[in-house]
Design a protein. Sequence first.
Length: 166
Amino acid sequence: MLVRGAVIAGLYAALTLVLWFASFGPVQFRISEALCVLPYFLPEAIPGLYIGCIISNIFSPINLVLDLTVGAGATLLAALITYHVRIKWLAPLPPIILNAVIVGWELAFTYSSGAAFWPSFGWNALTVGLGEASVCYVLGLPLLLLLERSGVFAAARRRKIFSKSS
């Protein structure tokens, strides 16, 4: 479990940083966010995604303290909720919703003030949410379906279903 979590952290960070031009800013297509469906199968993906996001956000062009705490916190919270999702088609929703709201707030807080905050928040929530939805449903959901079909995480899925039904 430790190795899988570390591999997920490394993949998340590597994908984010290799594709940095699309990973930061008000319009984000952070390809690494496709991995946010993995907690549906694997509890070790939760700390893996969180650590990968922290590593990635060290290189963020926006407020470093906010991105390391609030931005990575959004990923952690989304991963925790995704783990408890029972319907696979809904597994991408927690990262979409939470990143739209939390990262949208973070960007508005960083780049605007006063009366401009709320329009900026709305715009940033929309653009981050659309980018997140694109990545999570276009890449993440097919990844989840492929992994489910391959049987790679069948034992993990059985443990999850058993633990939720008891």
